[in-house]
Design a protein around this ligand. Sequence first.
Ligand code: FAD
Length: 542
Amino acid sequence: MGSPVCGFLKQNNIIFLRFFAILVLSCIPDGTNLCSNPSFDTPTIPPHSSSSSIPSSLKTLTLDGYFSFENLKHAAKDFGNICHYLPIAVLHPKSVSDISSTIKHILYMSSVTKLTVAARGRGHSLQGQAQAYQGVVINMESLDRPSMYIENGEVPYVDVSGSELWINILHETLKYGLSPKSWTDYLHLTVGGTLSNAGISGQAFRHGPQIDNVYQLEVVTGRGEVVTCSDKENADLFYGVLGGLGQFGIITRARISLGPAEKMVKWIRVLYSEFSTFSNDQEHLISSNNSFDYIEGFVMINRTGLLNNWRSSFNPKDPIQASQFSSDGKILYCLEMVKYFNPEKIDVLNQDIEKLLSELNYIPSTLFLSEVSYVEFLDRVHLSEIKLRSKGLWEVPHPWLNLLIPKSRILDFAEGVFGNIVKDNNNGPILIYPVNKAKWNNRTSMVTPEEDIIYLVAFLSSALPGTDGLEHIMTQNQHILDFCAKAQLGAKQYLPHYHTQDEWQAHFGTQWETFVQRKSAYDPLAILAPGQRIFQKAISIT
Ligand code: FAD
């Protein structure tokens, strides 16, 4: 089925690109909130003109894997559990060529259908980003995964499938005393899913996000072509795909940079009652040379008894003083730091830590320490997942809001939001930590505020069953966004979600033109990742 499409694309290339760039961009629906209806059919998009013939046309494809056309509700669900768009089919690919053939077929059919394609990693998106209303969802996890290849030389790396989970990469690379350098807080996410966003955690201040730790990708573009790309080869596609919200291609393989892995970690938490002291210390640490290996932080608003919860995993340095500590109802800021170490070198480690802590201004009685294995630390959120699942609290709606705030306005943000707009954080953690953007690659598609130091602020709320939690949290999120806009903080959303093209254009700012050009080049019919709602599929006129 592939060759007629390729011929068509080659012959009409230039007209095709110009025409579809205009058509695709002019077709984006304005102001329709597709996520407001939590039912499994979303009536706001018109159905395909010839939808009944689509499944049978897909059935004609010769594949290593297969399509399913029934019981598709799982593909209309994600971690956010707020948006539900039913696809028309789910592809369970076994090979990269299954993905390529399917995309080429959809291109070939594009004069009669609006069929789109969403790659789905683990579906940990928040607002339907891995879904495709009446389109095809590609269940990336069914892709055959050849065993990981680990290069253990001077520049170590691992070659993995785009559908691989980070937790599996950790276990495999540790066999060689190596591991990736940059992580997410939770490792049961796919390589393709996180590289389409950024992959930010407490190591990003030093190593950049996960998208800055990739040497090479194999991608199936929106033209159905299988392309290898890197900094040296097809660099525009490479940087476009990294942080590209799935808009330019489906990542089928990635070469990820590795570094030496230690066996253990020293995990430290200290508290502050003044935001400025807390953030000064965080900024000091991310700029120091021999600093910690991981630096994050979180806010506690109206959280009584939290220190007691820590006692199962953290030991207070001074138990008597710690037991006498009282927050007096104040907002507390917790700085969280980790140093990796090898047990044979514990003495050096303790000296280094003592020196680093002596440069900080936390409340002295609130020093808490823990020692766990490297794997236990990196896989820490999975423990919470197991507990929450056992209580039926993992699959609740997650109206998360992630923001990037420039350092110059973080005090304004903290003052306006913590204790004012957000009066408690009983719905879930609020993370806040700075990263040193000077060490990040600015050629990727990821959008950040224009300052060297930026803060990630993550409101990780869960809407508990039987409460009006979801509505309340979403209203609160909107108040935070409105505050940022009114105060002109220069904030950007991470894992962004918008309703209109104007909002997307404002989000991308000066990067918008490049983003649009790349869309025209690699996915001219806007087939890919429709759940991001940036572009809308065009019907080709042949
Ligand atoms: P999906 O949700 O399935 O997909 C995400 C997007 O990528 C979709 O648009 C999809 O179409 C596209 N996509 C999926 N696979 C591919 C592929 N192979 N090629 C191209 N496009 C693809 N993020 C952080 O940065 N830091 C964190 O610390 C962090 N912690 C998290 C903790 C939890 C508990 C959860 C649920 C998420 C967390 N995330 C974090 C967010 C995470 O990066 C995103 O959820 C991301 O979407 C990865 O999830 P996924 O692999 O299931 O991808």
